[in-house]
Design a protein around this ligand. Structure first.
Ligand SMILES: CC(=O)SCCNC(=O)CCNC(=O)[C@H](O)C(C)(C)COP(=O)(O)OP(=O)(O)OC[C@H]1O[C@@H](n2cnc3c(N)ncnc32)[C@H](O)[C@@H]1OP(=O)(O)O
Ligand SMILES: N[C@@H](CCO)C(=O)O
Length: 386
């Protein structure tokens, strides 16, 4: 990729390359011009790193998280990240992405709440961005990542990989910078947002904005947060992340424990969704949920590129494409389109048989391991051909 670095660019830790696995580094990339034409001032992109970059920086793999994910792709839960890494066991010494060979970087998306600039960050005037935070696109996220990588001395990626919003980012990486990406793994995402996805995501956004604690988006520092609205959003979202079959097998129409839904008790599924909502409230910012859901809504790899088919056909990056057969958020036909139209799809569409639904890109360890290994095989061939 070729990007022009803002003179304000700084790297928090100049020795980041030799730091141990899981090390964090943040890069201030200065002002970022957005697709909307607006400028986001003083942007920081925060990463975690596993493995060691070569002197030539030719072994870098970008692991891209989904909507509420973060840079913690491997390792146990710790003080900063309350969850086990989302691809734990897939990235590390001897794993599918072998960090004795590859150096994995996982950037936190801008617009989020894990160290990269988001709506809860302080703007240059010292106040939280809040309602002033601009709308972002997947391409804005990818551009911020490419600027940060340039500042780390990285101009080429051996591979990019991700699912869901991470898959949208991986696809945009491949289409935007085909000469700078060796191989890609795109999981559980479409080439553009569908009416169904925009419908459910705008409904979730409305749930957050209709919480009185939203305060027009300027709730930071007020002591009140629209977490009730985000809890409702997460319940709606979580249903779309799992399959009807799996949920019914697990919960049927059973009551929760001894509770009686015919009086004032809950159904088991309602209790489960409440649990998922409560967990998200503890680790995610509603404002970031709104910004990144909007990013998913405007995802369209064909925008200003002559449409989806033309954009995908023009992409020369060898790309492994994977779908989960029970994914009702990103149904099979959307992944079939990507696999069919891409300039260089490796082995056609890989369909993962699972009842886990969309979340299968996180839970189906063995099939994801195989797809990651396949992607790294392609990356290795391309690296040796360079
Ligand atoms: C790429 C990225 O980074 S995306 C971000 C990844 N992480 C997340 O999305 C975090 C949210 N977590 C999840 O979505 C899921 O936990 C996944 C996808 C990571 C894993 O899914 P699974 O292992 O299938 O978990 P599952 O959906 O069964 O949930 C289990 C939880 O529900 C709870 N639960 C199950 N039944 C009930 C019930 N009737 N009432 C209340 N809670 C219940 C379990 O106790 C368990 O709780 P715990 O997670 O606090 O231990
Ligand atoms: N469980 C995932 C689903 C969205 O892809 C998340 O919360 O980000």
């Amino acid at each position: 990729m070729s990007v022009s670095i803002d003179p304000a660019t700084t790297v928090s830790d100049p020795d980041w390359a030799t730091r141990p696995d899981g090390a964090q580094v943040s890069v201030s990339i200065g002002d970022l011009t957005l697709d909307s034409g607006a400028t986001l001032a003083d942007v920081t992109v925060a990463f975690q790193k596993w493995g060691t970059p070569t002197a030539a920086r030719d072994n870098i793999v970008l692991a891209l998280h989904a909507l509420t994910g973060n840079s913690h792709v491997a390792g146990p839960a710790d003080d900063q990240f309350s969850m086990t890494g989302w691809w734990d066991g897939l990235i590390g010494p001897g794993c599918a992405v072998d960090t004795d060979e590859w150096c994995v970087l996982a950037p936190n998306a801008i617009g989020g709440c894990f160290g990269s600039t988001g709506p809860g960050s302080l703007a240059p005037d010292g106040r939280p961005w809040g309602s002033r935070f601009p709308r972002l696109t997947v391409r804005d996220l990818v551009r911020s990542e490419s600027l940060a990588l340039e500042a780390l001395g990285i101009s080429r990626l051996a591979a990019v990989a991700g699912g869901s919003m991470g898959g949208a980012r991986a696809l945009e990486w491949a289409v935007t910078y085909p000469d700078a990406v060796g191989a890609a793994l795109v999981l559980a995402v479409g080439a553009r947002a569908s009416a169904d996805q925009i419908g459910t995501q705008t409904t979730q956004i409305e749930a957050i904005k209709s919480d009185p604690a939203w305060q027009g988006g300027d709730y930071y520092g007020t002591g009140r947060s629209p977490s009730t609205g985000m809890g409702i959003a997460r319940r709606i979202a979580h249903l779309s992340y799992r399959s009807d079959r799996e949920l019914d097998q697990r919960f049927e129409n059973r009551p929760q424990g001894e509770e009686n839904p015919l009086v004032d008790g809950r159904y088991s599924i309602a209790s489960y969704l409440e649990h998922q909502a409560e967990k998200l409230k503890r680790r995610f910012d509603p404002g970031a949920y709104v910004v990144l859901s909007d990013v998913l809504n405007n995802h369209d790899v064909g925008r200003d590129r002559g449409g989806v088919a033309a954009a995908l056909a023009g992409c020369s990056v060898p790309t492994v494409v994977g779908a989960i057969d029970s994914d009702r958020l990103y149904p099979l036909y959307q992944l079939e389109e990507i696999a069919r139209e891409l300039g260089d799809c490796v082995g056609g569409l890989h369909v993962i048989r699972s009842d886990a639904g969309h979340d299968g890109f996180l839970t189906e360890f063995e099939p994801i391991r195989e797809l990651l290994a396949k992607t790294m095989d392609v990356a290795r061939l391309r690296r040796s051909a360079d």
